[in-house]
Design a protein around this ligand. Structure first.
Ligand SMILES: [Zn+2]
Length: 117
């Protein structure tokens, strides 16, 4: 069973998911429309479509995070660190609901990434 704050979060994420899905659909439609016209206009539209595509990537990325959280909620393992199996902590999840790792593992990952550069 979800804790009360998780129920709120789930509702919030489902709304956000619907919003992002609708936005992605609009972006895809705009992209498709941009493919028919003469060359000069096409160049301008290509520029626009790159901007639109960047927005689409952002939306897709967030959708992916939301889906991962909802899946973990459904499986009853939301809030458990994916790396070390300890609770991520309600405080951290309230600030950053997409967190799949506890603060220690997340910081360790960041360290590794920083040193890999
Ligand atoms: Zn951890």
């Amino acid at each position: 069973m979800d804790k009360e704050w998780q129920t709120d979060l789930r509702q919030h994420l489902q709304l956000r998911k619907a919003e992002l899905t609708a936005r992605l659909e609009r972006i895809t439609n705009n992209l498709r429309r941009g493919l028919v016209s003469d060359s000069e206009e096409q160049a301008k539209q290509l520029e626009d479509s790159e901007v639109i595509d960047a927005l689409g990537n952002e939306a897709r990325e967030e959708l992916g995070k939301i889906t991962a959280v909802l899946e973990r909620m459904n499986a009853g393992i939301y809030g458990i660190c994916t790396a070390c199996d300890t609770p991520v902590g309600e405080g951290r999840l309230r600030v950053y609901p997409y967190a799949l790792e506890c603060i220690d593992c997340a910081e360790l990952d960041e360290d590794i990434r920083a040193h890999a550069r």
